[in-house]
Design a protein around this ligand. Structure first.
Ligand code: FMN
Length: 335
């Protein structure tokens, strides 16, 4: 279709800023000139495998990316209607779509506003402002997933304690921590296309902290780290942040399927951008949904279905920092 490939490239240039677990950006996009079809799938080398539960986060991440892509193309006058294909052994395609030209055409102003919102969105890992958030109105945004919001006034202490109890699992589960550690970019000046610099995780850090983290948390140091209680200290710090809330989001798929998880991610994309427009940020706390004991305890605390995604949220005080991203060429394949 005339002009579609250029519009797709332009959309990916911005959609690639979508959030993903460990910033692994597990997606790929294939465009078939012959069938005029777009496919979103996994780039199998980029899919996280450190824990079985990370599979859920891969579908969620791909869903968020797909929402950003779809919305950016809609502003350029192209409608995508995704048909679920499902990931099967050896196949990387998740969903495919034919391309329809929208009769209203492109809306340049809307495109710029959306691009800007996507560019300004970051994961916020610092304290939020203690201002009220209208969580009742946020609950109406999500249609195809089970979405619950909570206030720290009611559950903050419980969630803080849960995090203090379980967050050390991030550092003590061998395969999960080895994988996470490989995504940390310790050289702040070196180009990276994925993962995170320490400044993304902790804000500006001193050289001694960088060295302590690099060597003290090296996977081979895990037994010593455990004896020194470093992981527990990190868990307590995160627990205090979680306790501060001031609000929380728990998202679960409507049913236990890959498609429902992808849809859940798509809805998270809608919600995250809606919140960004209102100056509200999100800080996912995935350690509470990655380990079954923690996930069950979380669901019990919140009296909701076991979440596939859990985050603290609030009005942004300190904006986040750009994290590395893959190039458009590494995401888009024209076949
Ligand atoms: C499904 C999912 C799970 C995530 N889990 C965590 C998490 O547990 N802790 C965290 O700090 N960030 C988490 N993130 C945020 C990513 O680390 C972040 O999106 C990525 O590093 C890119 O940074 P950005 O969002 O600022 O662009 C998660 C994101 C997604 C989509």
């Amino acid at each position: 279709m005339d002009g579609f490939y250029e519009a797709l490239e332009r959309a990916i240039e911005t959609a690639r800023l979508a959030p993903s677990s460990h910033n692994c950006q597990p997606w790929r996009v294939d465009y078939s000139l012959l069938s005029q079809e777009v496919c979103v799938g996994f780039d199998s080398h980029r899919v996280l495998r450190g824990l079985d539960s990370l599979e859920r986060e891969m579908f969620i991440s791909a869903g968020v990316f797909t929402h950003f892509l779809t919305a950016l193309l809609a502003c350029q006058g192209y409608q995508l209607n995704w048909q679920w294909q499902g990931e099967q052994e050896g196949r990387r395609v998740l969903a495919t779509s034919a391309i329809t030209k929208l009769s209203k055409g492109a809306d340049v102003d809307e495109y710029h506003a959306l691009s800007q919102r996507i560019r300004e969105r970051h994961t916020i890992r610092s304290a939020f402002k203690p201002e009220a958030v209208d969580i009742d109105s946020l609950e109406t945004i999500v249609q195809h997933a089970s979405c619950h919001f909570f206030s720290a006034d009611h559950v903050g202490t419980n969630l803080g304690n849960l995090t203090k109890q379980y967050a050390a699992l991030d550092f003590t589960n061998k395969s999960a921590w080895e994988e996470t550690y490989n995504y940390i970019r310790f050289d702040e000046d070196e180009f990276a296309e994925d993962g995170f610099y320490l400044r993304n995780l902790f804000g500006p850090v001193s050289k001694p902290f960088r060295l302590l983290f690099r060597y003290g948390f090296h996977p081979t140091m895990m037994p010593i780290n455990k004896r020194l209680g470093l992981a527990k200290k990190m868990a307590v710090g995160l627990g205090e942040l979680v306790e501060s809330g001031p609000y929380y989001l728990a998202l679960s798929p409507k049913e236990n399927s890959q498609e429902a998880l992808f849809e859940c991610g798509y809805e998270l994309g809608v919600l995250w951008l809606h919140m960004q427009k209102q100056g509200i940020g999100l800080h996912p706390i995935s350690v509470l949904v990655q380990h079954e004991t923690a996930r069950k305890a979380l669901a019990q605390s919140l009296q909701c279905p076991p979440p596939a995604f859990f985050a603290r949220l609030g009005h942004i005080d300190q904006s986040g920092v750009d994290a590395p991203r893959r190039s458009v060429e590494s995401i888009l394949n024209c076949v």
